[in-house]
Design a protein around this ligand. Structure first.
Ligand SMILES: Cc1cc2nc3c(=O)[nH]c(=O)nc-3n(C[C@H](O)[C@H](O)[C@H](O)COP(=O)(O)OP(=O)(O)OC[C@H]3O[C@@H](n4cnc5c(N)ncnc54)[C@H](O)[C@@H]3O)c2cc1C
Length: 387
């Protein structure tokens, strides 16, 4: 294995691979990515992979909107398809949240995002399978959709490799060596890789690794379930993506006539030992709640499902930062259930931070110190994952 590098990335999820790619694009190609398992085997492979723009904070909305352009042009950039599939996205909240929705839509429009609040009549025209009522406020994003997390992760990794980076899987990092206040090496069970820069992008495993290096980061890992249904093809051949706050779920179509329903995000779980399946009571609840929104889905069939982990921070926004007092140590963690859609811009922002260039998007509010200084980002909604 390579035993010196200008930078070592720890973790081969979508974030690590995006950072590796954007570093290479900036000319830093003597790099090494270490993945303890195989690429995309953590939260990334379990993602519902919804690409939507509706957020309460400008930085997140911009990350998602600018990243969408990358997903659209991914094959030109990397040689691999991103799997971007445009479906449109409806966010449905109770009328009590209408003022919050209006403020968010105004902010998004200022950023140039294609979105608007729509009427019941508009919904009937665009998506007649949805049942909506006058007690709800509904936002629509025509450009939103979903993509393929595995293809995106390996696309970034392969293109970075073509530019000179090295990717090594099956290799866990056990420690980062600090000498005289700066990173000097990354340690694996068999090797010591000399490097001045280490970037922790280890998803749910980031907190213990950073703690070992003496950095305390407020991360929790919580289980999120994805229930799969086979749609009745004749009755519901398609539907847009729905973020349904009223019925507490998100639903997106998938190939093979499937619908993926995402539910639950409050059960803490150990990344090395948690129930990776779905709970039958949750399946029943998700099924029944979805039929309130798409009544014809009462004819759907249960097709299984899986669980994955959200790595959350106290304000459900990521921490993108360097470590004060340790030159060369960076981390990109805590994506709180919405990192995939932001991953291209996270990679670009981290590459800019590491190489010390003017940031394209201001990420200063995503620093670690915000928690100690009471500068948490605030959602306009009570449902945290909407962020
Ligand atoms: C069920 C579910 C649904 C989701 N739905 C959406 C969605 O619809 N839209 C959206 O935008 N986002 C969604 N997300 C969130 C998104 O998937 C994550 O934010 C994103 O994948 C995080 O990527 P990551 O690279 O930070 O973490 P991970 O994918 O977990 O990658 C971390 C990698 O680091 C490796 N690693 C860990 N420790 C070490 C070590 N010591 N040495 C070497 N390697 C190590 C792991 O093996 C892993 O491969 C969802 C997540 C889940 C779980």
């Amino acid at each position: 294995m390579k035993n010196t590098a200008e930078a070592v990335i720890i973790g081969g999820g979508v974030m690590g691979c995006s950072i590796l790619y954007y570093l290479a694009e900036r000319g830093l190609t003597d790099t090494l990515l270490l993945e303890k398992n195989v690429l995309a085997s953590g939260s990334t492979s379990r993602s519902q992979a919804i690409l939507r723009m509706h957020y309460s904070n400008e930085v997140t909305a911009r990350f998602a909107w600018d990243s969408l352009e990358v997903f659209k042009n991914f094959e030109e950039l990397t040689g691999m398809p991103s799997g971007y599939t445009r479906t449109g996205y409806f966010l449905i909240v109770g009328n009590e949240d209408r003022p919050a929705m209006e403020e968010n839509i105004a902010m998004q429009k200022r950023l140039g995002i294609a979105t608007d609040i729509v009427s019941i009549e508009d919904v009937r025209e665009i998506a007649p399978m949805l049942a909506v009522t006058g007690d709800e406020a509904i936002a629509y994003e025509p450009e939103s959709g979903y993509a393929d997390p595995y293809s995106v992760t390996t696309g970034f990794a392969n293109r970075a490799r073509e530019m000179g980076a090295t990717v090594q899987d099956g290799m866990a990092v056990t420690d980062v060596e600090i000498t005289g206040g700066r990173v000097s090496a990354v340690i694996t069970p068999d090797e010591r890789v000399e490097t001045p820069i280490a970037v922790v992008a280890a998803g749910p495993w980031s907190r213990p690794l950073l703690a070992k290096i003496g950095v305390d980061v407020p991360l929790e890992t919580v289980r999120h379930q994805v229930v799969t249904l086979r749609r009745p093809q004749d009755r519901v051949p398609e539907h847009p993506i729905i973020g349904d706050v009223v019925n507490d779920l998100s639903a997106r179509p998938d190939i093979g006539n499937l619908t993926l329903i995402g539910v639950g995000e409050d059960e803490e779980a150990d990344p090395d030992s948690y129930n990776q399946s779905v709970d039958m009571p949750m399946v029943e609840k998700a099924f029944s709640n979805l039929t309130k929104r798409i009544p014809e889905m009462s004819h759907a069939l249960f097709r299984g499902g899986w669980s994955g982990l959200f790595t959350t921070t106290p304000d459900w926004h990521p921490i993108l930062d360097g470590v004060e007092g340790i030159d060369g140590l960076y981390f990109a963690v805590g994506f709180s259930g919405h990192g995939f859609k932001e991953s291209p811009m996270i990679g670009r922002s981290m590459a800019e931070l590491i190489t010390g260039v003017e940031p394209s998007i201001d990420i200063s509010m995503l620093d670690l110190k915000r928690f100690a200084e009471n500068r948490q980002l605030r959602s306009r909604y009570s449902m945290q994952v909407l962020a």
